[in-house]
Design a protein around this ligand. Sequence first.
Ligand SMILES: Nc1ncnc2c1ncn2[C@@H]1O[C@H](COP(=O)(O)OP(=O)(O)OP(=O)(O)O)[C@@H](O)[C@H]1O
Length: 365
Amino acid sequence: MSTHISVPGAPAGAPGTGPRPGPSEPPVLETVGLTKHYPVGSGGRRGAVVHAVDGVDLTLHRGRVVALVGESGSGKSTIARLLAQLQPATGGRLMLHGEDATARGRRAFRRYVRRVQMIFQDPFGSLNPVHPVRYTLTRAVRIHQGRLRGDRLESALTTLLERVHLTPAERYVDKYPHELSGGQRQRVAIARALAADPEVLLADEPISMLDVSIRLGILNLLQDLRDRLHLAILYITHDIASARYFADTTLVMYAGRVVETGDSESVTQDPKHPYTRLLVASAPDPENLVARDRAEARGEPPSLVDPPAGCRFHPRCPFANALCRAEVPPLLDVGTGPGGVRREAACWGFSDRDDAPDVPEVSAP
Ligand SMILES: Nc1ncnc2c1ncn2[C@@H]1O[C@H](COP(=O)(O)OP(=O)(O)OP(=O)(O)O)[C@@H](O)[C@H]1O
């Protein structure tokens, strides 16, 4: 469950803006056709399911950030849980370094978790209030690095705290969660994840519960970890403006499906899918660092128990025609962005079919 968030947009020319070259290595983590259907609870119709995630292809590369953007209920957190293997998928494949990564058994799961770590939205909820930072980090170090003691343990704790810029480490190591600010707690949660020396960090709304003034600091830290530790980061957010600032690639989700993907600059500045345009139009001014509450995109997302046939966005789309109501649009090529990153949109308006709707070209304001 996420809160309604407000956003730090990026000033033009801020660190981290601007496209970076495309990935030069094969993906570390990859999904093909990832699907999750939840049975509807007791009292519901027999056999009815919530179509939370349907047929999602996603690739994460080391040293790069992918943003997963969409309204509440679009399936973002479900994808994070599936990638973390906290829940089994209903269908599709999950691959780590090109090999099936589905963990069968506790040892395989532990091995997987060492490679793929997750941080959550609520740094207060995810840290045990009765234990100081030392306990939390020592536990993580011992799980992932063996039973270090004495100076070696102390040095491992200092390294972790320094990696998340909580310095000098001795000022923080014996603090309890309630003695830290929200941003400091999130840094401790990130340090705990880093104890595993992971390749992938799944960050589910990592800044949305933090004070506006410290959000940018956490994104800058994650960017620094991306570069220094060569981490692959999945950044889940409601906020398309922060995706532009922080992520190399952006995937836009609507009602369990990916509707647009491409380099973040193009997706946010020249959105193609009518839903992405709606999201961009209702985001705060991306040049404005003083965040304000974001307006929700107009209209209601559909029921995921009985999702609309064809394009799931068609009931809200001003351009929808009979084709959109009948057939699911595949992700269609809509050009390439800077760095040669391929752009795709799941909208019939970009097909060359005779019965395709007319979707006018509009750039974001
Ligand atoms: N355990 C579950 N059982 C049944 N339905 C679920 C379960 N978990 C999630 N859902 C449903 O799946 C859909 C996708 O939820 P999910 O939490 O992934 O969306 P989200 O985009 O992350 O939204 P938010 O930003 O609000 O967390 C929603 O309709 C949600 O109600």
